[in-house]
Design a protein around this ligand. Sequence first.
Ligand code: ADP
Ligand code: ZN
Length: 737
Amino acid sequence: MPQYAEIIIDLLSNAVDRPFHYNIPPDMQGKLKPGMRVEVPLGHRLCQGYVLRLLRDTAVDSLKDIAAIIDPVPLLNAEQLALSHWLSMRCYCRLIDALHAMIPASFRKGRRPGEIRVVKPTELAAEADLSRAPVQQKTLDILKQRGSLPRPELIRLGASSQAVSSLEKKGLVSIEAVQPGQQEDEEKETVEHPTTRPHLLREEQAACFEQIRAVLERPKPEKMLLHGITASGKTEIYLQSIAYCLEQGRRAMILVPEIALTPQMIEHFEGRFPGRVAVLHSRLSVAEKNRQWQMILSGRARVVLGARSAVFAPLEKIGLIIIDEEHETTYKQEEAPRYHARDVAWWRTRYNRATLLLGSATPSLESYYEALEGDAVLLKMKERVTPIQLPPVTVVDMRQELKARHRLIFSRLLLKELNGVVERDEQALLFINRRGFAGFVLCRECGHVVRCPSCDVSMTLHMDRQIMCCHYCARETSVPATCPGCRGTKIRYFSAGTQRVEDEVKKLYPSVPLIRMDRDTTADRHAHSRYYRQFRERKAKILIGTQMIAKGFDFPDVTLVGVVAADTTLNLPDFRAPERTFQLLTQVAGRTARGPRGGKVIVQTYHPRHHSIVTAAEHDYLAFFESELETRRQLSYPPFSSLLRFLFSGPDEEAVFEAAAWLTDRLGPAVGEAEILGPAPASLYRIKEQYRVHTILKGQDLPRLAPGIRKIIREYHQRKMPRPVRLAVDFNPQVVL
Ligand code: ADP
Ligand code: ZN
């Protein structure tokens, strides 16, 4: 019998980021299992810890005893333990961060979700003398009468919580945690959604579905990419594939971007699989989350529908994982563990010999490339199910507006169309990029933007020092007095935000009701659905917003979508800026032409010939993919390499640079062929009093270098630092700002 346990201490500290060995005292032997939480002494205090493995042998001597077992049954299963290991390696995070990702924060302390503690009298109970403890006596009497009882019920019958604990300490009762059976489930009222029946698949859909079915039948892990334009009926494919997976006796998971997890979406799934869907997202109350988890743990949930973190749900016998809108940045977690749900899903797919189905109208370059390389099965749907046509997109060249002495932020065409919408009593959406980031300099006559010759990202103006700086490689140049493109003199700092657009619209149409949606106006959690309702009820005619209105806002009366400044996205100093622009424009275009009145899209830009804009206007994904892939190949950005970003931040500017230099110096000898960019100030150089500096490692085979890199990171954390500098390591960052 194993006598030792390998334990990870539940403290978010680099000092304890390694397994510790403890003795299993005799009374715990046989009871202790991997995945349980325990209490262990560390220094002079007791800490919570997770049992990773049981050991028959250890090289460490004078071990301390485990003090107590917290979970009577393991909180984490074998798959989750294995996944945590992989996650901590992949994401360069502490193992405890990885373990925490598996469990919602509200369950990490204390009892596991939904579990019932049953109190039972022991053999000693018969001879117990409790004459001096009447409450304990009464408690024991109830138990002797009834055999055993769930703890809450025992307390309802007159026992006190203290009495139960005292009895347990005296060994007169035992407390066992059991998974609630059906009886508890039945108490709950399940919300009834109208059940829906599968649609008869159309030809294209049927062809895709056949392929998915064939793959689902094979017990071999496989990745598939469903590239289908908006309204081509992808959701129906998901539903039928899940139904098939369930028929085979396996379970399915579907991930959607948080913002797309609307009541309608939930209805879709509950309607098709009534009573068998667990829904997980960040707006659930603790009690509701508890209930959903319990559904999964008890095996009653056959389908898990959720946002990013649902990828860790303890669903067993997984046969199919679906990621809808797989290109979305929200699938990447921006704090430790900095994982991408797609990578985690693929790991679980392999572990379970399941199928991973990625779906999108604008697949990420990485996924589409993988499909072309034969590492994923490519499925295509090019027709819309509904008879509605994709809307015509007109690109307006803002340079021409200036030439015509038209200086408003709305072009003449957009103004004309807006007037029409107001007159005909229709609705319009106006988009601006989320980040009010305007560090780039633009020539208003020719649209020229100064870019770094080696990194191909826009260079950022620093007014204080009067220089332009590349925020990837730290190259600096002087600010041009005349435009390097056309010798013109109208070089400007570019700016356009939702606030400014709102002011302009108010000036133009003082009596037209409007709504503005951005991070400032939607701070409270009901704001999003409130605005949604108001706009649907036509209480406003014009909706001004950021990316957050690019999804799920499907209104038949929206006949005009205006993209006020495509350039803000296009010129973000991030190598994915063109890809984001293409995705955003495609998505935005899908917000109109949804009703009988049709609709149009107007895109304003200083770069009317840029491939992101031209191909988005023509609804041509493949053309975009091919030209963008070429750029990535030339500069060997992903998918032709992987990136590893080291982000240093702290309140002391000098200390941050010093820390970055320290680590970067050590990387050199450890990374061989891989290219080191920086240290350079990050584009968002100062956030909340914190200075941000980064070093980016770019290479073909970073996983091979990982052990060496990890060693440097460990040394970094052990180093004495007079002033604190935080280090965040991000493998394949999605946003490099
Ligand atoms: P996507 O997810 O590709 O954007 P949806 O799955 O939302 O598209 O489909 C668009 C609409 O078409 C939905 O209202 C859906 O119910 C409907 N639909 C999908 N497939 C069929 C079908 N085979 N027959 C009839 N309607 C369908
Ligand atoms: Zn550069």
